[in-house]
Design a protein around this ligand. Structure first.
Ligand SMILES: [Mg+2]
Length: 393
């Protein structure tokens, strides 16, 4: 079987452009991949334009190891978010094809199920004013949908340091959420790499009374020793550190694991060359007793891929999920993903990824032009902001 055609398509939403690819073969089977590439959709499409004829067309979709290796090595230049996303789009679609060819769900080709259900956490649910009252009410809506875990970045536009009043406000939002949801629900505190180490440590200490279940990317993602400094300081608090969504190749995880600077890895399968690479990382992390909580800010195909990895990965912890709090048509773009019920996904279905792309839905919701900036006020409302700097297509 050979890959004969690759068709990218982009669906717009209020704050995400979701890039899908349909990968077709000469035997009539096809598969799908997806990535949300924040602010870099054109770059990924441009990469595919060069890489698809060079590497993908004519390849056997069962030989993902060879295909990914060639795509990473034979361009000579090193991997990046753009390259790892482009490779992931194709790799995930290949797994979909393999599963369909063998009439099996993907997780059964990656070791088979090790669990019967997959814990989820909600994200994208706090598009409200940054007041304790509004965050309290929004958190109640999340648990009202059955979720037993949720993530939140309460820090506004914070970067490196925060003014004292702003810091108190952020802490008060977490206090309000804990007050709303009680002691048994996980509150995952997202820092988006905002802080210098001393600020991250100070804020984590201030948050400790409200029992955050992890802090995420407390410092920018490049400097593992800075992260280790935070990890050592907060270890007595018993609050784990999660990170990894902005690491894009296996070697980028080496120092993080060797320093044992994080407790949870948040690899994004769609920015990490796909499922097999993520599975390798999970095995490597397991040797350090480090858990996996893959980052997933994508639509239905990204979510399906993440669920297949979760199903077959022993050191999996919890799966991120946005799409219960976004436009309904996001799920309709590729129906087939299990819903979150009482805080858990069922195992995903097959064959393949178990989703079917609805190209009419994608075409009905064209790509939008905006810039998503996590370092400006009110970014968390995730409203569409026209980007006059972006090209208009
Ligand atoms: Mg994050």
């Amino acid at each position: 079987m050979k890959i004969s055609k690759v068709t990218p398509m982009v669906m717009g939403t209020a704050w995400r452009n979701l890039t899908f690819v349909k990968v077709e073969t000469d035997e009539g089977l096809s598969g799908v991949g997806e990535v949300r590439s924040v602010n870099r959709t054109d770059a990924v499409l441009g990469y595919l334009e060069q890489a698809v004829p060079r590497y993908v067309l004519g390849s056997d979709p069962f030989e993902v190891e060879r295909l990914v290796q060639r795509m990473l090595i034979e361009d000579y230049m090193r991997g990046s978010d753009v390259v790892s996303s482009g490779i992931a789009l194709i790799e995930i679609a290949c797994w979909d094809i393999m599963g369909k060819a063998l009439a099996q769900p993907v997780y059964r080709l990656l070791g088979g199920a090790v669990r019967d259900k997959i814990k989820a956490y909600a994200n994208g649910w706090y598009k409200v004013e940054r007041t304790p009252e509004e965050f309290h009410a929004a958190a109640l809506r999340v648990v009202g949908r059955g979720y037993q875990a949720m993530k939140v970045d309460p820090f506004g536009a914070g970067y490196y340091e925060m003014e004292k009043a702003e810091k108190r406000r952020a802490i008060s939002l977490i206090e309000a959420i804990r007050d709303a949801v009680g002691s048994d629900v996980d509150i995952l505190v997202e820092m988006h790499g905002r802080f210098n180490p001393v600020t991250a440590i100070e804020i984590t200490r201030d948050l400790a009374p409200f029992k955050p279940d992890w802090i995420e990317e407390p410092v920018p993602p490049e400097n593992m020793k800075a992260l280790k400094k935070v990890a050592d300081a907060i270890a007595p608090l018993g609050i784990p550190i999660a990170t990894g969504e902005r690491l894009h190749t296996l070697p980028e995880y080496r120092e993080l694991l060797e320093l044992q600077a994080a407790d949870i890895l948040q690899v994004d399968i769609t920015h990490f060359c796909g499922l097999l690479n993520a599975k390798k990382l999970a095995a490597w992390a397991d040797a350090y007793y480090v858990l996996m909580a893959p980052h997933n800010v994508g639509g239905p195909v990204s979510t399906a891929a993440a669920l297949h990895l979760a199903a077959c990965t022993p050191n999996f912890k919890i799966q991120e999920h946005f799409n219960d709090f976004q436009e309904a048509y996001v799920k309709e773009a590729a129906p087939g993903v299990p819903e979150v019920i009482d805080g858990y996904f069922d195992l995903p279905n097959g064959p393949g990824l178990g989703v079917n792309l609805d190209e009419d839905v994608i075409q009905a919701n064209p790509r939008r032009s905006f810039h998503f900036n996590l370092f400006e006020d009110d970014w968390h409302k995730r409203q569409e902001v026209n980007d006059t700097r972006a090209s208009n297509h």
